[in-house]
Design a protein around this ligand. Structure first.
Ligand SMILES: Cc1cc2nc3c(=O)[nH]c(=O)nc-3n(C[C@H](O)[C@H](O)[C@H](O)COP(=O)(O)OP(=O)(O)OC[C@H]3O[C@@H](n4cnc5c(N)ncnc54)[C@H](O)[C@@H]3O)c2cc1C
Length: 382
């Protein structure tokens, strides 16, 4: 795979940051469920939180290929940090505001997101509405010059910590995607209550919350685009998110592979390192192949986005393949480690729990396959 000097440099910088600042503390952060705000600030200080956004708004102006390499490096060390800092803060919230906000809105919010002065969240899912977001029940009704939001959101990453929340709401009940609008709501807005969702099986250092809107008032200056643009804003942002999540999954596979190679060379059975047993080699060979295949699909998706071409097909392929391959790699890595793979002291069981989360958020594997089926067949099964 041909990478430019600049792309390699971004990967190497992110990788050494991840190995120095993130990986050594993964276990204690997962146990304490510590939200990684301090790491987000350090990422910003090191120029790693500004992503593929224009420099005039505080972005780093890097290409999408560089960005997925950065996501691979950070996500491979901690999928929780990746979730909070990269896919939510940058890919979802950053994209929604940068692509659909006006100049004043971009200047008001983007520099604070890219410097970690503010934390962002992206609130699409609801208690009754997941894979079919056009059915959303949270409403935004006109009242004078304001919009009034009523309803609830569920599963919102960064939700309890966020200063800014991109909230999707239905302005015309019954109209499905046509009436969806996106608003930027302050985390401390009057009428908004937030509750942590505890006890996730993985991604424990990333916050997940339920949000309750009871007459939350926002003005037009909080509306991104026009009232009916919300569905497109969600889909465009999710496409950015899915590309980055595929990259995080590649990072997980690479971490599993590295752990397996190291363990297989030092653990001996039948008088020789287990690396010399054929079925152990098969496990490592399959993992190495999946790692490269997932990386190539992810880079292809990023290149298609960089070329400004329709990228849905490549993005959903990368997302479902890489996240499921990460689940498989982590499961295999536990087997290869034998009994110790089942201990929290070793990193691979945690990677399995995190990888499963990646296969669910930003659309489940089944939803990615339905989107891909529609691209390939030209027939929608939704
Ligand atoms: C850790 C985590 C973090 C998250 N963060 C966020 C966030 O920041 N913001 C946000 O808005 N949401 C977030 N989510 C929500 C996530 O995007 C949803 O959980 C996901 O889209 C699935 O929705 P659901 O849970 O309601 O499942 P459902 O939609 O109820 O689906 C249940 C099952 O049915 C399947 N299914 C549904 N429809 C079809 C169909 N037409 N054909 C075939 N199968 C189908 C699904 O694939 C799944 O297997 C997060 C979720 C998790 C687990």
């Amino acid at each position: 795979m041909q990478l430019t000097e600049a792309q390699r440099m971004i990967y190497n910088t992110a990788k050494s940051f991840a190995e120095r600042e993130i990986r050594p503390h993964v276990r204690e952060r997962a146990t304490d469920e510590t939200f990684p705000l301090e790491i987000m600030r350090k990422l910003a200080e090191n120029g790693l939180l500004a992503g593929p956004f224009p420099e005039e708004y505080g972005g780093a102006g890097i290409d999408n290929v560089s960005y997925v390499l950065l996501c691979e490096a950070i996500g491979g060390a901690s999928p929780s940090v990746f979730t909070a800092a990269l896919t939510v803060q940058l890919s979802l919230v950053g994209t929604a505001i940068c692509n659909f906000g006006n100049d004043e809105q971009r200047r008001r919010w983007l520099p604070d997101l890219f410097s970690a002065k503010k934390v962002g969240a992206f609130a699409l899912t609801e208690p009754n509405v997941g894979s079919d977001p056009a059915a959303m029940e949270l409403t935004a009704q006109r009242d004078g010059d304001d919009w009034v939001l009523n309803g609830s959101k569920f599963w919102i990453s960064n939700g309890a910590q966020a200063d800014l929340i991109v909230v999707f709401a239905q302005t015309d009940p019954g109209s499905r995607h046509k009436g969806v609008a996106a608003f930027v709501v302050d985390g401390d807005a009057q009428g908004l209550e937030r509750q942590d969702i505890p006890d996730k099986m993985g991604l424990t250092a990333s916050n997940t919350a339920a949000l309750f809107f009871d007459g939350v008032r926002v003005g037009d200056d909080r509306l991104l685009g026009a009232a009916g643009d919300g569905f497109e804003i969600a889909q465009t942002s999710l496409e950015a998110g899915r590309t980055s999540t595929a990259a995080c999954a590649v990072g997980i596979i690479q971490s599993c592979l590295d752990a397996c190679v190291s363990y297989a060379k030092q653990r001996e059975q039948w008088g020789k390192p287990i690396a010399g047993h054929q079925l152990v080699q098969e496990m490592v060979a399959d993992m190495a192949t999946d790692c490269e295949a997932a990386r190539l699909l992810t880079i292809q998706a990023a290149q298609t986005r960089d070329a400004g071409e329709p990228a849905t097909k490549h993005v959903v392929m990368a997302k479902h393949f890489a996240t499921e391959a990460a689940v498989k790699a982590a499961r295999t890595a536990i087997s290869l480690h034998g009994g110790v793979g089942y201990l929290r002291e070793y990193p691979v069981e945690g990677l399995l729990r995190d990888a499963i989360g990646l296969s669910l958020y930003e659309g489940t594997t089944q939803i990615q396959k339905l989107l891909l089926g529609r691209e390939v067949l030209g027939v929608s099964a939704f």
